[in-house]
Write a protein that binds this ligand. Structure first.
Ligand SMILES: Nc1ncnc2c1ncn2[C@@H]1O[C@H](COP(=O)(O)OP(=O)(O)OP(=O)(O)O)[C@@H](O)[C@H]1O
Length: 223
């Protein structure tokens, strides 16, 4: 089943007098429970495609359909709600809040996504998620005392705590060494399957492609 569909999507940026077509005629359908990797040369449009699919930027032309709803055409508030309830985000760096423990990072995310769970249920869900990413023993730790890999595990748990339909990951392993990168990719793959989500990730690292179901290659703004 397709969770996200891009139909004839194009994106044009205007730099002074010059119009540049960064994405052209993009047709892409993401299937439930699959990890899709976007690869391609620097400047080929990978991050632009990811941010447009996630409703962080508008399309210039074309349509995006998320879970049967047309994202293109919604107002900013409607898009914000979809992002908060249905999307999770992981970036190259974990971007944890420095003064919150691992547990508090996840509780804050539940608050932001307007979770309907009681406080007690929230704590149980946070424990479950921290256990899944192998960080339950570090739930009271602050980011300053975590390794890069540990921070990224917490960032992944935070991106998934509200049970998003889609995880968007922009170079999630780029700040990590080879062993930690493999661990993080295994984790993303396992969670995609066990939590029944759909993952779209950008990567430059060919080593990571063995963990994905599908590779989509971009070149000069086309797939
Ligand atoms: N807001 C913007 N305004 C103007 N040009 C932009 C903007 N965002 C991206 N671009 C241009 O679009 C092109 C594609 O950028 P994008 O970041 O999507 O590529 P990428 O494939 O993710 O590259 P990298 O692998 O280096 O991160 C680049 O030429 C970039 O300069």
């Amino acid at each position: 089943m397709s969770i996200l569909t891009m139909e004839e999507v194009g994106k044009t940026f205007t730099n002074g007098e010059i119009e540049e077509e960064i994405l052209k005629g993009i047709n892409l359908s993401l299937q439930e429970g699959e990890v899709t990797a976007l690869v391609g040369a620097s400047g080929s449009g990978k991050s632009t495609l990811l941010t447009i699919a996630a409703g962080l930027q508008d399309v210039s032309v074309g349509q995006i359909i998320v879970n049967g709803e047309r994202l293109t055409g919604m107002n900013q508030e409607q898009i914000r709600k979809i992002r908060a309830s249905q999307f999770g985000f992981v970036f190259q760096f974990a971007h944890l809040v420095p003064f919150l423990t691992a547990e508090e990072q996840l509780l804050l995310m539940l608050e932001v996504s307007e979770s309907k769970l009681t406080k007690q249920e929230q704590k149980i869900e946070v424990d479950r998620m921290l256990t899944l990413v192998g960080m339950s023993h570090r739930k009271n730790a602050y980011p300053a005392s975590m390794s890069g890999g540990e921070k990224q595990r917490v960032a992944i748990a935070r991106a998934m705590i509200h049970k998003p339909k889609i995880l968007f990951a922009d170079e999630p392993t780029a700040s990590l060494d080879s062993k930690r990168s493999q661990d993080i990719m295994e984790l993303i793959r396992e969670l995609t399957k066990s939590e029944k989500i759909t993952t779209l990730m950008v990567t430059h690292d060919e080593e990571m492609l063995k963990f994905v179901d599908r590779v989509v290659k971009m070149s000069d703004g086309v797939i």
